[in-house]
Design a protein around this ligand. Structure first.
Ligand SMILES: NC(=O)c1ccc[n+]([C@@H]2O[C@H](COP(=O)([O-])OP(=O)(O)OC[C@H]3O[C@@H](n4cnc5c(N)ncnc54)[C@H](O)[C@@H]3O)[C@@H](O)[C@H]2O)c1
Length: 365
């Protein structure tokens, strides 16, 4: 994209004259790609300001939003024709999205995700947000970007742990909706992980190149199928909530020990045991899912994910989901249903016991 191959990004700059852009960039991404970004805009004669920011889960807060807003205000952009550009991982995209949605009540913004997680998940949908009062994404808005530009070559500089992290959200979609994606991750997951989803580096044959492209395409398509008809979340029955019932509480409790996708995976791993306990999954299906997670080098258990935390999270869920727990659970490989009634406490307790017996040896990450 930064080599100038992206016509659409150029088009968004042709529409206004003189072209002015405000770019918020994750600090690490700036260190790695900052000079290329400057060169890109210099070559096109754009007036621009780049704001590098440390965007981490710990400082994903209103202070960061205010900081961005002060700089936007100082530069003085036209809210009708000069979109703010966010270049970074999910934290950067969420914070910039919220700032843009607040500035003069709604200023357009563009997402350029640079992590796998933000590429397959935070790039899609309308949600923006920051953490507040110890709660994950407790403040936010539903304002979609005017465009999202996808370039997987950014993954080359990501540590492997960050790639695993992104695979968790891909696996979520596989488990909820797509047997083919699950089988692809089951068979090729480890290779795709170590090749950082770069087509040319996976292997000499075209088969792996297809797996790379197919895995990301299916993950995004299935995500879009779920999010697009329900952008404002009027329908609270959401398959994409799988892995997100216990994980917010866990992620915030152990911050910064677990990455977002890692916490999501621990939640999914436990829920797979709940599904087996309810007779929705066979032992063989449960084992295949856990093996797939391990192949993707994702954590499947965490000592801070206690039975008390699980029960508290489910009670919270009930409180905030209009009196129904709305729990997505796999009912086979690649298919799922939403369960409205609170799962019986003995099912949760037995699943928890089995989960801990079988997986605690995999320990904490
Ligand atoms: N809005 C949504 O719909 C949505 C969906 C999913 C997740 N999220 C949010 O996304 C956040 C997680 O996003 P994330 O996993 O991208 O984390 P992140 O934004 O914290 O980025 C992870 C790390 O990778 C670094 N980094 C980013 N790009 C890089 C690159 N190309 N090379 C090297 N290092 C790079 C960053 O500096 C950071 O240290 C969470 O806060 C979550 O709530 C939002």
């Amino acid at each position: 994209m930064l080599d100038g191959g992206d016509e659409e990004l150029k088009d968004t700059m042709r529409n206004s004259k003189p072209v002015k852009r405000f770019i918020v960039i994750d600090k690490t991404v700036h260190e790695l790609y900052g000079s290329k970004v400057s060169q890109y805009f210099d070559e096109r004669g754009v007036i621009y300001k780049i704001l590098p920011l440390t965007t981490t889960e710990e400082n994903k807060s209103m202070e960061l939003v205010t900081k961005i807003l002060e700089e936007v205000h100082h530069l003085g952009i036209d809210r009708r024709s000069e979109p703010i550009i966010a270049l970074g991982g999910g934290v950067c995209l969420d914070v910039v999205g919220l700032a843009a949605s607040l500035y003069r009540r709604r200023t357009p913004y563009i997402r350029v995700p640079t992590t796998l997680l933000s590429y397959v998940d935070a790039s899609v949908g309308a949600k923006t947000g920051v953490n507040f009062a110890g709660g994950k994404n407790k403040l936010g808005s539903y304002v979609p970007p005017v465009a999202t530009f996808l370039d997987s070559s950014f993954f080359q500089t990501l540590p492997l742990r960050q790639i695993s992290n992104g695979f968790a959200e891909m696996l979520k979609m596989a488990l909820m909706k797509h047997l083919g994606l699950f089988e692809l991750l089951e068979v090729n997951g480890s290779k795709l992980l170590h090749a950082k989803l770069q087509p040319s580096k996976t292997c000499s044959g075209s088969e792996m190149e297809d797996s790379t492209a197919a895995s990301m395409r299916i993950a995004i398509e299935t995500m879009l199928e779920e999010l697009a008809p329900n952008l404002w979340e009027d329908d609270l029955d959401r398959l994409v909530d799988f892995g997100h019932l216990i994980s917010p509480e866990l992620e915030m409790k152990v911050l910064p020990a677990l990455l977002h996708g890692e916490a999501v995976n621990i939640d999914m791993s436990f829920m797979v045991y709940v599904a087996q306990q309810k007779g929705l999954l066979t032992k063989d299906e449960k084992d295949r899912i856990i093996q797939c997670m391990l192949g993707l080098e994702l954590p499947v258990w965490h000592q801070e994910c206690s039975l008390a935390l699980v029960q508290k999270s489910l009670r919270e869920r009930l409180k905030h989901s209009a009196g129904s727990v709305r729990m997505p659970l796999p009912t086979g490989l690649g298919r799922a249903e939403i369960f409205h009634d609170m799962i019986a406490d003995d099912v949760i307790c037995q699943a928890f016991q089995k989960w801990t017996e079988e997986l605690s040896s995999f320990g904490n990450k």
